[in-house]
Write a new protein. Structure first.
Length: 131
C-alpha cells in the first residue's frame, strides 16, 4: 500500500518542469527577515493551460532537531486560460511563483511541494543556517 511519501516526486529542476525551485539565502541571522521565492518551471516552463497546470504550492519549514514541520505558506493558482468561450481562450494564465518572507531563530530546511493536475506532487528542499 502506498503512503504519502511514495506519492511525492523530486528531480533536478534544470531538467524537470514540475519541480519547485526554492531561492533563499543559505544563511540568515537569528530573527532577521529571510526572503524566499518558490517557482515551478524556472528553467523549463510549465504549460499552465486549462488542461495541464500547477494548482498550488505549499512551503514548509522543519527546524533542526524537531520532528514536525511548520506550514509557512500555501498559494493556489486559479487562472489557467479557461473561460465561458472554452479552454485556453481567456488569455489569463497564472504563473506558479510565490514570494514570502519568514523569520526563524533556528536553522532548518525549507521544503516546497507543488501539485500538477496531471503529474501529481513534486518537492524540493533547501537548507537554511541561522548564525
Amino acid at each position: 500500500m502506498a503512503t504519502a511519501k511514495d506519492l511525492v516526486q523530486s528531480a533536478d529542476w534544470k531538467t524537470e518542469k514540475h519541480v519547485p525551485v526554492i531561492e533563499a539565502a543559505d544563511t540568515t541571522k537569528k530573527g532577521e527577515a529571510l526572503d524566499v521565492k518558490v517557482t515551478v518551471g524556472k528553467e523549463i516552463s510549465h504549460p499552465n493551460t486549462t488542461e495541464h497546470y500547477i494548482a498550488w504550492i505549499s512551503v514548509y519549514f522543519l527546524a533542526d532537531g524537531e520532528k514536525f514541520s511548520y506550514q509557512i505558506a500555501r498559494t493556489e493558482f486559479a487562472s489557467h486560460g479557461a473561460s465561458a468561450q472554452g479552454a485556453n481562450t481567456s488569455g489569463i494564465y497564472t504563473q506558479p511563483s510565490v514570494n514570502l518572507t519568514i523569520k526563524t531563530e533556528k536553522s532548518g530546511s525549507l521544503t516546497a511541494i507543488s501539485y500538477c493536475n496531471i503529474h501529481g506532487l513534486w518537492e524540493s528542499t533547501k537548507k537554511v543556517t541561522v548564525e
